[in-house]
Write a protein that binds this ligand. Structure first.
Ligand SMILES: Cc1cc2nc3c(=O)[nH]c(=O)nc-3n(C[C@H](O)[C@H](O)[C@H](O)COP(=O)(O)OP(=O)(O)OC[C@H]3O[C@@H](n4cnc5c(N)ncnc54)[C@H](O)[C@@H]3O)c2cc1C
Length: 315
């Protein structure tokens, strides 16, 4: 079978993807090629961690987007015909993976958390989480190349070994891109990382307006905790920064105590709360799914219940 490519934008991505690639390489009997962005992992580091060949992407000028590399990647991939192309499922990796797959007419399997090679059928086997973590989907690709994205931290970084040998080649500069970056603005970020919080008060769509979140903040302060949110509050209403979103498309949390206020308890949210030790909920609907997943629940209007909890906490 043809080779395995990893395409990485950062050093961490390169090492993790090399770890993923190395889990496939022996079974496939394939060489491992690391395609790395300028200023990320060095060729020596990649070779020590298992790359047989390193292709160095040219440095981009300040206004050029990462996607400018696509024509060069397509040309090289067509010439080398790798069997598998691995990207990190980080923002730019996901974008580039989809665009490269489309250019190559290849299949794309996104967010794969396990990879193996079936010698009998000559197929790459992949696993990905489905239905908010309730199931594992198994995928088989018999066509080549298959483009695969791997969520960050799914594979251990490849270990370095002494004495490994490999080749390095610099790729040509990409042709001028029609897209230019004219401005960059930092994304609004939460001051603290809720993944590390011991107590989380999570605000849900049960809040009527942004100003009312002061109530959730007040409870979080009274409990010595941090504020979290469901996705509608961060992505649709933009009341809170995106890094406070808990769940499948947000952060996985492991607090000692999670308090959901006006949170219905849909699987995509609760999958991020699985690691919580104690789950409490305040919801005016006694049939809200969150109650089935809670250790303690109060059926009531959060605007009446929460001030009473805060008062009790202060006493
Ligand atoms: C692919 C995919 C990924 C997703 N990822 C995420 C994710 O990572 N995180 C996430 O949170 N969601 C995610 N979602 C969205 C998820 O399915 C739910 O839509 C979302 O979690 C619902 O948020 P909520 O509970 O705040 O709102 P709702 O479901 O609208 O629930 C609001 C709740 O508030 C209660 N309520 C209303 N007023 C009051 C009041 N005054 N007092 C008390 N209770 C009140 C209601 O009874 C209701 O139960 C995802 C969806 C998809 C399709």
């Amino acid at each position: 079978m043809a080779g395995i490519w990893i395409i990485a934008e950062t050093r961490e991505q390169a090492f993790e993807l090399l770890g993923a690639g190395r889990s496939l390489a022996p079974g496939m009997g394939a060489a491992l090629t690391a395609v790395v962005a300028a200023g990320s992992a060095s060729p020596e580091e990649c070779i020590a961690r298992g790359a047989d060949e390193v292709l160095l992407l040219a440095e981009l000028s300040p206004g050029e987007p990462y996607g400018a590399h696509l024509p060069v990647l397509e040309q090289e991939a067509r010439a080398a015909s790798p069997g598998v192309i691995l990207f990190s499922a980080a923002a730019r990796g996901k974008e580039l993976a989809a665009r490269l797959a489309a250019r190559l007419g290849a299949g794309l399997c996104s967010a794969c958390t396990a990879l193996s090679f079936d010698k009998g059928s000559g197929s790459v086997l992949m696993e990905r989480i489905a239905y908010g973590g309730a199931a594992i989907q198994k995928l088989t690709s018999s066509a080549a190349p298959v483009v695969v994205t791997v969520p960050p931290r799914s594979f251990a970084p490849a270990e370095a070994a002494d004495g490994r040998q490999g080749r390095t080649r610099e790729l040509p500069a990409p042709p001028p891109s029609a897209v230019k970056i004219v401005d960059r603005k930092p994304r609004e970020k939460a001051a603290k990382d809720i993944a590390e919080a011991r107590v989380i008060v999570c605000a849900g769509r049960g809040f009527d307006k942004k100003e009312d979140l002061a109530l959730a903040r007040e409870l979080a302060d009274a409990l010595g905790g941090e504020l979290g949110a469901t996705r509608p509050l961060t992505e649709e209403l933009h009341w809170l920064p995106e890094d406070l979103c808990i769940g499948l498309s947000g952060v996985q949390v492991k607090p000692e105590l999670y308090v959901g206020l006006g949170v219905s308890g849909q699987v995509q949210h609760m999958t991020g709360v699985r690691g919580a030790r104690v789950v409490c909920a305040v919801n005016k609907d006694e049939n809200a799914p969150i109650f089935a997943l809670s250790d303690f629940g109060i059926v009531g209007n959060l605007y009446e219940v929460v001030p009473k909890i805060i008062e009790a906490m202060r006493k």
